[in-house]
Design a protein around this ligand. Sequence first.
Ligand SMILES: *Cc1c(COP(=O)(O)O)cnc(C)c1O
Length: 490
Amino acid sequence: MLYRSTRNHAETAASTRAVLSGIAPGGGLYMPADLNADAFHWQELLPLSTVEMSRRILQHFLPDFQDMEGIVTRAYDGKFSVPELTPLVPVGDKYVLELFHGPTAAFKDVALSVLPQLIVAAKRQEGVTEDIMILTATSGDTGKAALAGFRDVEGTRIAVFYPRDGVSAVQKAQMVTQEGANVRVCAVEGNFDDAQTGVKEIFVRAGEEKLLEGKGVILSSANSINIGRLAPQLVYYFRAYADLVRMGRIQPGDPVDFTVPTGNFGNILAGYLAKCLGLPVGKLVCASNANNVLTDFIRTGTYDRRRPFHKTVSPSMDILVSSNLERLLYLLSDCDPDFVAEKMAELKEQGAYTVPEKLLKKLQKEFCAACCDDSRTEETIGRVWREHGYLCDTHTAVAFDAAEGYCREHGGETPMVVLSTASPYKFPAAVVRGLGETPMEDEFAVMDQLHDLTGVPVPAPLQGLREKSVLHREVTAKENMINYVLEAIG
Ligand SMILES: *Cc1c(COP(=O)(O)O)cnc(C)c1O
């Protein structure tokens, strides 16, 4: 399967090369030239284990990799606390798809367990001898999951940038205590969009100015702009569907709706790609917090990032520029790179763009959108706990609220799956407030408080975090990120 840049069809790559590069040379994102859906028989996946599903889906999506079986086995073996990786839990008349049972208690683990294995394999197959330097901007969860995934992986190094005041204390502690000889962690004076823009600029400048020539290092990305990050995320849509069949809730072929707490649009785009491969996905409900740029876009066709950036209790969704939306524009425009390049230039230069009516109609056929603010998020946590005895994190609560709204308006026979992207213990203060209690001062004490209130077990990776020593204290101005990277490379 050949990959092409969303902005320029002359930029092509095999899937191995697309994974190594992360982003296309001109700033576009790699997408398959043809999804080849006719050759993909999704029904055959239903009886399989999650790991075997992963192998089949990744082999289809990234066909140039020679040993996908070894890749997924090494990726998942012993890393998740449940054998099915992503269990589906009935909550009231909905289903919660729990994606947080991996090594860092966030859904990013599903993909970032696989990506390092893909990169090592791609390096070998492509005969690349340089080290791969992973640059990652994080709104909190990607950073830790990437650090855990790449830690001491031979031939790789990783630098993670997080917004200094934009992550929870638990998230920060997870990152700054990361061990490993090949890892760097640095705070950026700015928000997530600053960090992400900074990383993108490093890629562009390193290419244009040949800053890394002769240094024995190639840059790559662990953000969901990397197709190797996106592909493993298709799997849990199939897993959830198979579980609904197994539970007798649906027959193969029946539609299922999904609500996805959305930031960079990677998670929900994976759902759309699963649909493109034949999975009977009904509506994809895009749930946002007060940073509701996607809600407005899906409702009106105008994407406008010129608005205040809100720091919310669901910080992994505090994003105004959702990178993977570019891939959706590409697909919905029938793979028109000139159209995508034009819209992305408008976004960069004017801060906004509007899509044609025809594209908006297509978009609204597949997606709908809702948003809620922090007080509603916390209210939802309390309500879901009282009504169903289910404890959800802030991101999941945003999605649960959106799912309830959707079902009130359109509800019928179609099951609704709500994707749960983090353990409630990653954002304990807001969760405790949601339960109607006052959180204690220290965020680590709040984890104990939440445990005392609910009895829900603290995930193993979050236990003992407060005793770990801080290993990373660096802070950089956003303009200086490139120098930080050059210095790290040496
Ligand atoms: C990353 C993240 C999201 C947003 O996912 P995208 O793929 O960026 O849309 C939502 N919730 C949590 C907890 C996350 O870590």
